[in-house]
Design a protein around this ligand. Structure first.
Ligand code: KG4
Ligand code: ZN
Length: 336
């Protein structure tokens, strides 16, 4: 039983190699992912050449695994999709070249997908009602932006970070605290036993009246605080994590709800790796319930980079007839 069209999508924008197959109803038939976190951990961040070489080794077995899980063959796939940007050039090229090769061999169309559209639509994956217009926050390692989600392909940007992305701040602060990469999940875990009011970190641009963000001041504030704590810093780790996390969450939730008020929206959606954060999810749930807003959070497995969200975004491009020539280039700096 195949609900047409079947789309096979590849995600290789950073350090996750991922393959997913989605049907015409937006149901994910298969989703497989190979994380490279252990390979990059010794370096404290993603090493681009290592990432692209690992994508090259893993992409074909993962495609075969996804086809097997979905119970289909390459001949059953109607279109092949890949993330075309933003991301690391050498990583993007692997997924793009593989998807284009498959499209060429099968005589099927290719769909280039914007990674940010993948994140943006991920909270609606599996939602029978489809996309819901409203205020949308994308909060990941590379991006922090607020958008007006008006409909498929219609996403005016309201504001974005002027310096670090929220996930970048999590990762850099975690590094200062001696926690392993990626730091976001480590801080989340540590913060669970800490006091969020122990340290008063700055809430930059919380009341700026626009929809821009800034997280570099918060990072600097941690940098100057740590030496003043001396030997007690290690014992205060949970408090430091909880207080830092609270400052980030406070700004993200406050500004997203202000955007929803500004738009007169009834729906709020939150996506990207940082939207996996347990405190962020909790505060969004509380504040949206209080404000009478319907909250759409991406499923935890769809918050960090994955191919299911790319397949779902590709399905929207497929329905819009927006196929991509095989001669198209990748764009490491692609924006929405
Ligand atoms: O969306 P993503 O996988 O990649 C980008 O497109 O950037 O996001 C990765 C980011 C990293 O900065 C990571 O530390 C952060 O998401 N992250 C978290 C959590 N899980 C992942 N940050 C805070 N709390 C988490 N639980
Ligand atoms: Zn991402």
């Amino acid at each position: 039983m195949s609900t047409s069209p079947l789309i096979l999508a590849l995600e290789t924008s950073c350090d996750e190699t991922a393959v997913a197959i989605c049907d015409g109803a937006g149901q994910i038939r298969a989703a497989v992912l190979s994380s490279q976190i252990p390979e990059h951990q010794p370096y404290g961040g993603v090493v681009p050449e290592l990432a692209s070489r690992n994508h090259l080794l893993r992409i074909r077995p993962l495609i075969q695994e996804a086809l097997q899980i979905a119970g289909v063959t390459l001949a059953d796939i109607h279109a092949f999709a890949a993330t075309a940007g933003p991301g690391l050039a050498s990583s993007l090229l692997i997924g793009n070249t593989a998807a284009k090769g498959l499209a060429l061999a099968a005589g099927r169309p290719f769909l280039a997908v914007n990674h940010l559209e993948g994140h943006l639509l991920s909270p609606f994956l599996g939602n029978p009602a489809g996309l819901q217009p409203g205020a949308a926050l994308i909060v990941s390692g590379g991006h922090t932006m607020l958008l007006h989600l008006r409909g498929s392909g219609d996403y005016p940007v309201l504001g974005r970070t002027r310096d670090d992305a929220a996930g970048e701040a999590f990762d850099k602060v975690a590094r200062m605290l001696g926690l392993p990469y990626p730091g976001g999940p480590e801080i989340d875990r540590m913060a669970a036993s800490g006091n969020p009011s122990a340290f008063d970190f700055p809430r930059s641009m919380k009341d700026s009246g626009d929809f821009a963000f800034s997280f570099s001041g918060l990072k600097t504030s941690m940098f100057y605080l740590l030496p003043t704590l001396g030997d007690s810093a290690a014992a205060r780790l949970p408090d430091l994590c909880a207080s830092f996390q609270e400052a980030v969450v406070d700004v993200l939730v406050t500004k997203t709800l202000a955007a929803a008020r500004h738009l007169g929206a009834k729906h709020v959606s939150v996506s990207g790796g940082v939207s996996c954060n347990s405190r962020l999810r909790q505060v969004f749930r509380e504040q949206c319930a209080r404000a009478g807003l319907t909250l759409h959070l991406a499923a935890p497995a769809h918050t960090t980079d994955n191919a299911a969200m790319i397949a779902y975004a590709a399905l929207h491009r497929f329905h819009a007839g927006q196929f991509t020539p095989l001669e198209s280039d990748i764009d490491p700096n692609l924006t929405l």
